[in-house]
Write a protein that binds this ligand. Sequence first.
Ligand code: PLP
Length: 456
Amino acid sequence: MQGDHPAHRHLLPHFTRGDAWRRDDLVVIDRGEGCYVWDTEGVEYLDGLAGLFCTNLGHGRSDLTAAAAKQMDRLAFYPNWSFAHPASIEAASFIADVAPGDLDRVFFVNSGSEAVESAMKFARCYHLANSEDTRHKVIARRWAYHGTTLGALSATGIPNLRDPFEPMLGGCVRHVDSTLVCTNEPGVPARELSCVAAVEEAILAEGPETVAMVIAEPVQNGRGALVPPEGYWPELRRICDTYGVLLCADEVINSFGRLGHWFGSERFGAEPDMITFAKGVTSAYQPLGGMVVRGALVDRVWDSPVAMFVHGSTFGGHPVATAVAVANMAAMRDEEVFANVLRNEDRLTGGLRALMAAHPCVKDVRGTGYFHYVELMRDRAAGTDLSKSEFEQLLPGGVLERFVREARVLVRPDSRGAAMLAIAPPLVADAAVIDDLLNRVDQVLDRVSGWLRTSN
Ligand SMILES: Cc1ncc(COP(=O)(O)O)c(C=O)c1O
C-alpha cells in the first residue's frame, strides 16, 4: 500500500524498509517539550530514545535556541582550517576540561561516523609519525555499530549493514567477540576473560606491527547495552600499551551523561588515547561530532615530518554547532543533569527487571545509566526463543513497531542479532517520567505477550 503523503513521494528515509515506509501510518513528529513529543495530529509520545540517544537535555530548550541565534547574528560561519573562532575554542576547552586524563585536544566534525573516521585516520597519522607505516589495521567488536561511512562501516560489526557493501575499501578491520557472553567467574582474573583474550589474540595473529588501533564502546549499543565485565577496560589498556596500539573509546552514545558522567570511560577504570563523541554534545540541537585525543599524541604528529593531522571538513567545528555545544554543556553542568541520571538509574533498571519478572517474553534486561535494552523471547519459563517467523513478524517494521506507537512510547525495536527494545530517555527524565516510561513499556510487553499467545 502506498500512503498518500508528500513524505512518501519525496523523502528517502534512513535505515527504513520500503514496505514499512510506504504504509499509510507514517508518524510525523512535529514538536517537543521536555521528555515528550507530539505528532502533526497532536498525539503525544514519550520520547523513550531521546530522539536517537541524543536529545540529552530534552526538547524545547529556548536557551539553546538563543545560543544558536546569537552566534548566527555574530558570525554565521568560518572554518577551523588555519583559523579559529571563539565558539570552537570555547567548546574545545570545555571538553578538554571534562575529558579524562590528558585527553585535551579536540577535533570537531559533524557526526559520529565522521568522528570514527577521524580517529582511524589520526591513529594512522600517529603511527606514521613514529615511522611505523605498517600499522594500519583496526580491531573492533562483533555487532558493534561505529557508523555508516565506508571507513566507519568497516569497523561496524553488524552483518546486515556491512554485507551490501563488501568488499570494504581497505579490508583492514578484524572483528573479535564482544562482551555479550563474557562474565566474571569468581577468582578468575580479568586477564583470563575470553573477550579479553580475543583482543590480544587478534593483535598477535595480525602481527602487532600492523595494528593501529582498538575501537570499542564502554557500553556497546549493538546487541543491546553490553556492560563490560569488571576489569575489561583496564585489560584493553594493558594490551594496547603492550603492543603499541592506540585505544579508542567510541562514546558517540556513552558520553555527555548517558551513563551519568561526561564520558562513559570514567565508569570503567581506564583512560583511552582517543574518545569519539557526537549526539549528546549538543543534545542534538545542532549536528556536531568530534574526537578528543591525548595532547602528547598530537604533538608527536606535529613535530614529525607528517607535520599535521591530514584530515578536515568544511563544517567541522561550525560556529553555530560549537556555540550550542557550549550552552548545552554549561546547562548539563549547572543543572546537575548527571546527578539526576545517577539518582534514577536504579529506578529504571529495577523497574525494567520487575517488568521482566512479570513478562515471560522478556529474555534479559541489560544496561546502566539511562541506556538500557530489553531482549525478547517466546517464553522464558519454557526456555523457547522466538521462531524465525515470529521474529520476522515482530521486526523490523513489524507488529512491535505498532505496539510501541500504540503505547505512545518511542522506544526502538531493534532486530540486529536479537529481538530487542532500546530504551534511553532524555537525561532530564525525573522519577515521574521514568515511571511513565515503565508503564508504557509494560503496555508494549503486554501486547507482545498477547500476540505471542495467538501466534503459532
Ligand atoms: C557508537 C557509535 N558510533 C558511531 C555512530 C555513528 O554516528 P552518526 O549516526 O552520527 O554518524 C553511532 C550512531 O549511533 C554510534 O552509536
